[in-house]
Unconditional design. Structure first.
Length: 161
């Protein structure tokens, strides 16, 4: 088989696969959460309305780096009367934060988060977009201890049916 024929067949297979994964609802999605922190995300539904999301994030600036591992349980509610494929969700979760500073050393914190946001499955593409707010209460003995309300994200994910 020629190289050009293999490329054409590959493109045709990719287009067919993408066209079969365009249902309004989805089972799982993988992608990126852009916000605080920037993260790789996996979201999977365990029932029609209930989902788990896990994400691993990184945040760094001026000699300070944080790696985080978070998990959340989210309950979704449809807003199809406004926009088909749109849902709002709320939930809670927890995370571990590995903090490193050039001058202050290394510390580990734990966090408890609340989540509230919007989830949209693009009708004609295997794409999911979410925007959320996740206020966090940090538990630890150091710099990151206490309540922080400035955690927002915009996620873009590839949908698996």
């Amino acid at each position: 088989m020629s190289k050009q024929l293999i490329q054409i067949l590959s493109i045709a297979l990719l287009c067919y696969t993408a066209s079969t994964i365009q249902a309004q609802s989805y089972k799982a999605a993988v992608g990126a959460r852009l916000g605080t922190p920037i993260s790789a995300s996996l979201k999977t539904f365990v029932s029609e309305k209930n989902a788990f999301e896990v994400y691993v994030g990184f945040r760094g600036n001026s000699g300070t780096n944080t790696v985080s591992i978070n998990g959340a349980y989210l309950v979704h509610h449809p807003l199809d009367e406004i926009i088909d494929g749109l849902q709002w969700y709320a939930g809670g979760g927890a995370g571990a934060y590995f903090w490193s500073n050039d001058f202050l050393g290394n510390e580990i914190y734990f966090g408890v988060q609340g989540y509230g946001g919007l989830d949209y499955k693009v009708a004609d593409a295997p794409v999911n977009i979410t925007a959320d707010w996740s206020p966090t209460f940090f538990i630890g003995d150091g710099f990151l201890t206490g309540f922080a309300s400035g955690y927002y994200s915009l996620a873009v994910r590839y949908v698996f049916k």
